[in-house]
Design a binder for this molecule. Structure first.
Ligand code: SPD
Length: 281
């Protein structure tokens, strides 16, 4: 294996390696170690504490699926909150919806936004849209302070360790429920159904206690552990599989389609089992 390689230890027993063309940037921010590398297989990548957050090669799958599913389920999303997501990928998708009047990005680390703007402009360009407000603050605190404000809340966080752990907690979901307007829809990235079964089960049980409708959907993300990723959804009213088909089909996307939206909620048996089993703690 000639050349320089980056390896992410994705679990204690699994690693993903990419051949590196160049290291474009590296710094310690007040919150984490940030790096931008260019790889042969997936192009430029954002790494936080050595974990792949996004890559030019596969980012569209994750960003389209975490955004267009909740935004199409909501009948008229006007005010949208994105927590995390400082690379701008979710915001780029959110502003494709003409109903959106305001998109607020709450990102704790200003250096993530600045680095994405400089090194990942294909992902970050939506951050300059006039409808976007960027606030550098803690998403948990932000949601605690607001009530009846947002139509859609999307959590595009890092993995549930360190400061991000609170974004996967029942208390946070209760605050999200309060921060949403009538008919509000919430989606969070909730890790790998192959390696994070207990976490997904616990989150789904929490959401079922808090929201009238809770659901799980999946998408393939090749650079994330196991290559298949889960998204947990809580809705105050709209049903996850009922949406305006023609409007969804008109979006300019590379992965998301109305057919894929519907199919994403049909869970393979090994994932359906996660939701059927009792919590083991
Ligand atoms: N294992 C990494 C999961 C990261 C999910 N969020 C990534 C942010 C991309 N905008």
């Amino acid at each position: 294996m000639k050349g320089l390689w980056f390896t992410e230890l994705q679990t204690q027993d699994l690693a993903l390696s990419c051949r590196v063309k160049a290291t474009l940037h590296r710094e310690n921010t007040p919150y984490q170690e940030l790096a931008i590398i260019d790889t042969e297989a997936y192009g430029r990548m954002l790494l936080l504490d050595g974990v792949i957050q996004t890559s030019i090669g596969d980012e569209f799958i994750y960003h389209e699926m975490i955004s267009h599913v909740p935004l199409n389920i909501h009948p008229n999303p006007r005010d949208v909150l994105v927590i995390g997501g400082g690379d701008g990928g979710v915001i780029r998708e959110v502003i494709k919806h003409s109903s959106v009047e305001k998109a607020t990005l709450v990102e704790i680390d200003a250096r993530v936004v600045a680095s994405a703007r400089e090194y990942l402009p294909e992902i970050a360009y939506g951050l300059d849209d006039a409808r976007v407000e960027i606030r550098y603050e803690d998403g948990i605190e932000h949601v605690r302070r607001v009530e009846d404000k947002y139509d859609v809340i999307i959590v595009d966080s890092t993995d549930p360790v360190g400061p991000a752990a609170g974004l996967f907690a029942a208390d946070f979901y209760r605050d999200v429920f309060r921060a949403l307007k009538e008919n509000g829809v919430f989606v969070s990235q909730t890790e790998s159904p192959l390696f994070n079964r207990e976490l997904i089960r616990r989150i789904q049980n929490d959401l079922k206690r808090i929201f009238p409708i809770a659901s799980l959907y999946l998408a393939p993300v090749p650079t994330y552990p196991g290559g298949i990723w889960s998204f947990s959804l809580g809705s105050k009213g709209p049903h996850p599989e009922s949406f305006d088909w023609d409007k969804a089909a008109r979006l300019n996307t590379r992965f998301y389609t109305p057919e894929i939206h519907r199919a994403a909620f049909y869970l393979p048996p090994f994932v359906a089992e996660i939701l059927q089993q009792e919590e083991s703690f």
